[in-house]
Design a protein around this ligand. Structure first.
Ligand code: AHR
Length: 311
């Protein structure tokens, strides 16, 4: 090894090549596919030797992958934790092996923040707030059955995942500003299209007067559209849909009027991740939190940007 700070004892290989082990959540959504592509393409462009694993949304698989990266003595480990809890042991193993860790996209709830160098990703609470604020501003229009109450059903992300917990928190705090808005039912669709469809089918049977669907990601919103259409209803008219991510399929549904509003979550984390990895391994100071910049899209805005949307 040539260089590195105390916590980054791994440094780089003798020839200067950085080896990174990346433990990905899975391939559950369009967002995740774009995220994986960004990480793989940036590593290749920058000559970083990337060892990549897909945990199929299972924490045990991610822990196994991290342990194998430790055994292989990679220079640095990055991962997107599927859930927030239960990481201390394996992170301590990495720390003891002198291998620095970067959290990407999702947070862990470890109290010992020395277990990782930095956390790069979105502010999920803010994303939920932006979704809720839009609903508060558009509450009259969102009361599609005109009964004076805006009945929301929520399609939550993976149970225990930072984006599911935080987006719910942010959305609830924003809608608290308007008494007419309430969440009538809330269940996980595991961030997948199929999960969103199945939960929405069940909601359409069990819930009366659904006005709005708040889906924690585009894929679940797209699954909900399938369920709504199969029930003979028109998404965007009979039921308003709000989602998070702004991947191409979501933006197309927004431009078509099936989705009403999308809060962006940026998956293109590759360049910032590789930059942080290089700095950590060079022993440079990095901020403990790097927040991604994001925007929101209305139907009109989606029509404008859709042709240039990369993912
Ligand atoms: O952690 C980011 C979330 O995970 C994205 O919003 C979702 O689409 C993905 O599966």
């Amino acid at each position: 090894t040539s260089c590195g700070s105390d916590s980054a004892a791994g440094g780089t290989d003798d020839d200067g090549t950085i080896t990174m082990g990346f433990a990905q959540v899975g391939a559950e959504s369009g967002w995740r596919t774009a995220n994986t592509k960004s990480i793989q393409e940036t590593a290749e462009a920058e000559g970083i030797d990337l060892k990549f694993s897909d945990a199929q949304q299972k924490q045990e698989n991610q822990i196994k992958a991290i342990r194998s990266y430790i055994q292989q003595k990679v220079d640095i480990i990055a991962f997107s934790p599927v859930v927030e809890t239960g990481w201390d042991t394996v992170l301590l193993e990495a720390k003891r092996a002198g291998i620095p860790v970067i959290l990407t996209d999702r947070a862990v709830d470890s109290e010992d923040t020395s277990l990782y160098e930095t956390f790069l990703g979105s502010d999920f609470v803010l994303e939920g707030e932006k979704a809720g604020e839009w609903l508060v501003e558009n509450a009259a229009e969102a009361d599609v059955d005109g009964d004076g109450d805006v009945n929301v059903v929520e399609l939550q992300g993976t149970t225990g995942a930072a984006p599911a917990i935080d987006r719910k928190t942010g959305f609830e705090s924003a809608i608290a500003a308007d008494d007419s808005i309430s969440i009538g039912a809330s269940q996980t669709g595991d961030f997948t299209r199929d999960g969103g469809k199945k939960v929405m089918e069940a909601f359409l049977k069990s819930e009366d007067g659904i006005d709005v669907v708040f889906a924690h990601n585009d894929d679940m919103g797209l699954g909900a559209i399938e369920a709504i259409e199969a029930a003979g209803l028109t998404p965007g008219k009979d039921v308003k849909i709000i989602t998070i991510d702004a991947v191409k399929d979501g933006m197309a549904a927004l431009a078509e009027g099936k989705i009403s509003f999308i809060v962006e979550c940026n998956p293109l984390l590759g360049p910032q991740l590789m930059d942080l990895a290089k700095k950590v391994l060079a022993g440079e100071e990095v901020p403990e939190r790097v927040v991604t910049e994001e925007t929101t899209f209305t139907q009109e805005q989606a029509k404008e940007v859709l042709p240039e949307r990369q993912y």
